[in-house]
Design a protein. Sequence first.
Length: 345
Amino acid sequence: MIGERRSAILELIIDHYIKTGEPIGSKTMCQLLPYPVSSATIRNEMAYLTNIGFLEQRHTSGGRVPTKSSYRYYVDNLMTARKLSIYEQQQIDEVLSVNASDPERLLADAANLLADTTGCTAFFSTVRDPYDCVQGVELIPVGDNKAMLVVLSVGGKIRSSLCKLNCPVDNDFKASFYRISREYFVGVPLVDIDLSLIQSTAPALGEKIFDMLPILSSLCSLCREAAAGALAITGETNLLSQEELGTSVYNLLTLLAEKKKLEFLLTEFAKTNMDTRLLLGEENPVYELRNTSMAIAKFIYNNNQIATLGIIGSLRIDYSSILPRVDYIINTVSTYLKEGGIKFE
């Protein structure tokens, strides 16, 4: 700890810099402090905070600005969180309740909400699970020789596609499809459903294999898609308005477009025993993210499915306002995921 007066000075400097982006000098500090202190005393305290790495002076005659390391001290020890109003909580609850039973849509809604409410870039990812299995399938006729195929995994992943067939989707066709699905696909890991498995159904289907092939091929494709992990990013252009990032924003946008480094970071985080983490500045192992603040949450749900959700912004974000909103959204998503999703009979 750095003492009460130094803490008050550091908090004021960081709050001022977050709001204005401008350095602050000792004379201005005298006016902002709630008790009388001389300019000379404040200059000495600023010099101390500079020596321990919490402040820097970019120009000889200019005021002080916070360093990257000072934001960690600020968040952990000085920041006064601004609680959400009841109305704000209700607005968030309303948005997230729409797709509460569909994990991936819920995460997508949460990411969009984070981007909108924080002014940062937001993301969500699902981690590839080799043990996730097919829980059930539905075949819904939607017109002449067309049907909607819906696949649900044990982990709560839902995939669907419209299939065009060479025969009517009548009761006989549906009965054959459901029989084959129960015998060959339900309970099988998504990663094991491939063309060779489809070919193995030929003896059981006989001549019907030719009519059934389009729908089985679609089933294979949907399972392959559901088996893969996914990373979705939204609100990338929000970073362009965060002046603190400067020209590094272009490297950051390239990183987000390519996704590989971010995917690796989130996959590694998913392996830890941490539920949430706030990475500030050089705490982030990815070079392009070392001028940013990054909040990440991990969720475990539906038979050990793993997902992450979070935001990326500059180091000058309004932590006292943004972090409580991030926490509320994360906690709401966690509650919905624990309640479980859709299940096929």
